[in-house]
Design a protein. Sequence first.
Length: 332
Amino acid sequence: RDRRDDRDRDRRDDRDREKDKKERRDDNRSLIRKAKKRRTEEEGVACLMVCADDDDDDGDYDRFDRSKMITPSYRSRISASSVAPLFRAPERTQEWAETTYYENSRTKSTEKSIVANLFWQHYSSHLLIKDGRFASEHFVLVQGFTERMFALSVLDIPFTVDKPIIYKKKDKSLEIISPSPCLIFHKECLEGKMEQGDFITNQNFIDSQNSTRYENGVSVPLYVKDEFVTSRVYKGEVVVTNVSPINQEVSVLYQLPEGSVPVSGITSTQGILLNIKSYHTEKISYSFYFPAPGTFKQFPVHISKGSSIIASAAPKEFKAVEHATNVDTISW
């Protein structure tokens, strides 16, 4: 019985001690809550005084904006972000270097990507003489995106200018007054003489819905020669071949057939400049369709160099029909 009484007494003492500890913890928590509340009220009053200050010095206090109030949590985030980190892991070491010209593969990015021409010769002479601003009419000889960007960087041509004044004279000439240096591009069509050149050209037409056929197990193009169905898109191909041992730059002029409508944003008449290597062939493609039946003609493709015409294709007549009468029984 004495031992039992001792155990009961020890249990009561343990319960009393736990109760005292709990009361002390509750008292501490209550004090902490009161201190936080008091600090929050003080900061809120300070923020209220700042936000209600007269910012525009007009004699009236501005209306209090609660969104501008600096809360304790926001203040702690500002303090944490302003402290420099003690350690930061280094990033992976990387090496950057240009390997190719813009939009060119590695095989095409060679020393021949930018070749010497009259424009760079003119610029070299300008660097030696230093005769004011630099501008050259040989700018049209510059080829490729990289070379064009380089040429624009050395030309003393402003990016924005006032509109020039153009006077048309009675003799069909023009007088242009520009407030700043500029480049003037002039292009016109003149009658040229036909001369024998080292170029061969031809043009063919393909149906977009039936463009190939098989001969002896080999796929070959199926060219349209007789009828063209209305409202069907056809593709014209202009082939230009340089049979000379030197590289040559020529101008190719081609037109769409009369009565046709161009497709893919092209115009009815196109003139482009081609730089064709020796013994090489270039192909030009365009699309069109006939909106109505009829018989139409086409101005054939012409190739010129300077003021001379050096090659041309045979003229062609187009027969546009609503329904095809000639059925291809060979092609599947």
